[in-house]
Design a protein around this ligand. Sequence first.
Ligand code: ADP
Length: 638
Amino acid sequence: MSQHEFQTEVQQLLHLMIHSLYSEGEIFLRELISNASDACDKLRFESLTNTELLKGDEDLKVHVDFDADEHTVTISDNGIGLSLDEAKEHLGTIAKSGTKEFLGSVDAEQQSDLNSLIGQFGVGFYSSFIVAERVVVESRSVRLSSNEGVRWESNGDGSFELENIARPQRGTTITLYLRENAHEYAESFRLRSLIKKYSDYVTYPIFMLGTVSEEDQKEGKEAEYEQVNEGKALWTKSKSDISDEDYKNFYRTACKQWDEPASWIHFNVEGSLTFTGLLYIPGSKPMDMFNNNKSGLSLYVRSVFIMDDCEDLLPEYLRFVKGVVDSDDLPLNVSREILQQQSVVDKLRKQLVKRVLDHLAKLAKSKKDEDQKLFNSIEENFGSVLREGIVQDFENKEKLSGLARFQSSWSIEQEQAEDGTLKTSLDAYIERMGEDQEKIYVITAPNLAAAKGSPHLEGYLSKGYEVLYLTDPVDEWVAQHLNEYKEKSLVNINSGGDDLSDEDDKKALEELSESFKPFMDFANETLGEDIKEVRLSKRLTDSPCCIVNDAGGMTSQMEELLRRNGQALPPQQRILELNPDHELIQKLNDLHGDDSKAEVLDDYIQVLRDQALLADGSQIKDNVGFAKRIQKLMTSSF
Ligand code: ADP
């Protein structure tokens, strides 16, 4: 026998669960049955290519037993089983990424935190310890011989014991020694109702011993096992026979989610392609959404489980969708590699994408308040992931753009009046466009404050144009790829933008440029190295200056994104625009020519450049120099 420590994360998790989740105790059964069913799925899948594996014990099934006197509940399956090494690894660690960070941030007092904890990491097996003070797992992998079984045992306090045992049958038996406050679970009616409630649709039969009347007992009759669950895959039933509760339970158990689903679609397609889909949009955002590109769909072929996380069925930007797809057209022995070569998969994928996007569009268009609310919450959670599709999925670009929602100069104004987070669609934006406005204006910025405070806005707002605020990292890509929507071109005012000046402005600028020329020459000369050009502009109203990119040039956010992705970029040179109507710029212009002020003017123009770069969200070259100049200017101002 050997003793092993649980991974620190498991210890933390166990501690949290045991102390805070006792009211959720009953979930242990559905979690363990779900694991047993997964183990049967895995074996059934392997047996498709190796029929030997099932020999002698063909019918995959689950048994639930109990002993009211000993206060035990036992869940057994004849699935794939575990080897000693697998038991050590799978029942001692949590493999999911981000667990550590998440556990550190969990507030044990907050039930919602704990719920999402279970949702994120599928604490599955470990939930046994909510009700059990000791858990014993005996198992044998289908690939090993009868003297290569394993016994795993723990009381959940930091370590577990492992030993090699003889076990004639393959599969796994898990025995829970119930805590005193959980003795209620070692009872037939309780267990049966829990199986009905949570595991009715599990496709393998779940057996429990029936009862025998006293009379029969006298006659020597023994109790027999009887099937407790219906055993029919939920998605194969007709929609009218499925309650909302059934759908939600399936989501939690089969999709291993903890939250409430926001919405689901269940459909049968028949024709050149025959398949059933049951797809869910989760009600909350998983914390590893951006690092985790795993798909949430499980693939079945004619109701036989083939694989989880089947990434070929949906594009990456729909990775938040969970559920199952059951195809009639694929071969049973399909593997991940073969899957990619199947043209059926492309067609399936197209259909699934269409279903999801149409469903979202329907919600978005609905006049019902509850649908609107639902759409908004889905958009809030997954909108930025969906927008990845505008970049990735040319075919559905228009549809996806139609689903995108942004805050804007308009929505912020409304919000101040109405309170709440209001966003707008591109369609609603177009409807509000005045007659003189031909284009859709957007600004990309690292956050809302930066967008709202950007000097670039001034000219557009003063003309009465609405500007959309694109503040998510993905929006930089969106702005680059979405050059047009419904025949209106889309302009990122952060990257060159439009020349908004009218004839009068142009004339005024021309006249001014004469009197500003020596000063502008000086500014260009002084900043020549890192600024492409200093020029006068009429785009500003309140600010003295701003940084602009060449038309179509790369914004500083995009530059930052690319650099973070490890791309080597030549230094980007930007343009510094000065507002000749601003008092500060006029004063600087006046100072120029006064030799005694030459040094100060040099400082001023450098500070002007640096603060314009900072306001733009760009890096400045010489932080210390910037600070020193500011200090110097402050000192001289007293
Ligand atoms: P999850 O099921 O979400 O992966 P669990 O903590 O419930 O997480 O289980 C961890 C792992 O232990 C499973 O992925 C599986 O490899 C293994 N396991 C659990 N129960 C069984 C079982 N009854 N038979 C075989 N393997 C199992």
